[in-house]
Ligand binder design. Structure first.
Ligand code: AMP
Ligand code: GLY
Length: 424
């Protein structure tokens, strides 16, 4: 069958890589893709929000299955677009419809969902510009640090954690009244600060049944020791060493199960990945956020650990048969380390030539932000550039290999964190 993956990052390269191993694939297309995906699939230069362009591509290439990588097209309703079009209705789309994608598109919606279904999360209230004063009063009832979240999508930048009450009030006003994050901060969720260690849980669902994928932990800050600005993610580890059987049971019983049941009760059709951002507070898991897609770079450690044919799994999701398949997972640990452009996550340059990729033999190389020029040279094309994924008997062994191999990679300004796993 012909399959289309939408997106251009390391996540999409890792998904395409796993799909490409299936004997069921005739043609694999990635749009827009990157230099890495062009080695295993055909890239088509169509943006993920260009629904009309995607429609034409799907029809010309006889695509039967579309896997949506990033959240944006889902929140914009790409799945609904397919269902509403008689020519596209029979094409399977992996990714929830717009209504359920609101779990990521609106923090307030996600909090209300969790409250309604008794899913453990931080206590909160939400505010708009008209009740700014009530927001100030609510902040006064909380202990620092203060957590302010722009309701809408803000490219991962919409969460502020502030230690000072006056500062928190100033930022609340700036978000609500001065549109600090544009329309995304027209509503702001203020919530209790949760103190603990974070991890991510990934769930596949067909809307009725679910399977839990391996857990992962990503490293978001640019600097060693988790310091400096937030990034999309500087590396990841799977499984998460501090998740034992009893903690996993709590995650499933208190969070995963009620989430999938909640989607059903609320009539929110969902075929796709659910990424549950968790924090371990004492011995208990609480939800920080929902995302309606896989994580990046978590996908670069989760996908390689799936031993089952991913196309079978995706088709079972689309057909509502997820209960009929076995998901086989590699017991080994996987780690990924991200090489980024100098300056990232602030301003950085693109177009730097990358060398050393071919020297890496015993790790997987997932391209995050790369492109190929007319002469076949691979150039940097984003902040996060290349993720090096390795296996090991434990995360330490896997990390050692990722670090040995990332040193073979070279481009002007290249940076990576050398301390992943320091907190475990
Ligand atoms: P989010 O976009 O909701 O995932 O938030 C971004 C980051 O802010 C999370 O990964 C956490 O590190 C942090 N964060 C969010 N909410 C809380 C909270 N209630 N308590 C502590 N940290 C939080
Ligand atoms: N690595 C975090 C994310 O994908 O949102």
């Amino acid at each position: 069958m012909n399959i289309l993956v939408l997106g251009s990052g390391g996540r999409e390269h890792a998904i395409a890589h796993k799909i490409s191993q299936s004997p069921k694939v005739d043609k694999l297309i990635v749009a827009p893709g990157n230099a890495g995906t062009s080695n295993i699939a055909t890239n088509k230069d169509i943006g993920v929000n260009n629904f009309q362009g995607i429609k034409e591509l799907v029809l010309t290439e006889n695509v039967e299955l579309v896997v949506v990588g990033p959240e944006d097209p889902l929140v914009n309703g790409i799945h609904d677009f397919f269902l509403d079009d008689p020519e596209l209705r029979n094409v399977s789309v992996i990714g929830p419809q717009k209504a359920a994608a609101t779990l990521e598109g609106s923090k307030e919606f996600a909090k209300e969902f969790m409250q309604r279904h008794q899913i453990p999360t931080a206590t909160y209230q939400s505010f708009i510009a008209d009740n700014l004063d009530e927001g100030y009063t609510f902040l006064e009832t909380l202990e620092p640090p203060y957590v302010l979240k722009a309701d809408g999508l803000a490219a991962g930048k919409g969460v502020l954690i502030l230690h000072d009450l006056q500062e928190a009030k100033k930022e609340l006003k700036s978000m609500l009244v001065d549109s600090k994050f544009g329309d995304a901060s027209a509503t702001v969720v203020i919530e209790e600060f949760l103190d603990g260690i974070e991890l991510s849980c990934f769930v596949l669902t067909d809307g009725t049944n679910y399977k839990i994928l391996p857990t992962a932990k990503d490293y978001k800050r640019i600097g060693e020791g988790d310091t400096g600005l937030n990034t999309g993610g500087m590396g990841a580890i799977s499984p998460v060493p501090f998740v034992d059987e009893s903690f996993m049971q709590k995650i499933e019983q208190r969070i995963v199960n009620p989430t999938v049941e909640g989607l059903k009760k609320d009539n929110l059709p969902y075929v796709g990945f659910i990424f549950i951002g968790l924090i371990k507070v004492g011995d208990n898991p609480k939800v920080i956020e929902y995302n309606v897609r896989m994580g990046d770079p978590e996908t670069e450690v989760v996908m390689p650990r799936i031993k089952s044919d991913l196309v079978d799994v995706l088709l079972a999701m689309a057909q509502g048969n997820l209960n009929k398949i076995e998901l086989e997972i590699d017991d080994r640990a996987a780690t990924t380390v991200m090489a980024v452009s100098g300056g990232y996550p602030e301003a950085y340059q693109k177009g730097k030539e990358i060398s050393g990729i071919d020297e890496i033999k015993d790790s997987l190389v997932f391209h995050a932000g790369t492109k190929q020029d007319e002469n076949g040279k691979v150039l940097t094309n984003g902040g996060r550039v290349i993720a090096i994924t390795s296996f090991g008997n434990d995360y330490k062994e896997a990390l050692k290999k990722s670090y040995q191999n990332i040193e073979k990679l070279r481009f002007d300004g290249m940076y990576y964190r050398k301390d992943l796993g320091f907190d475990l």
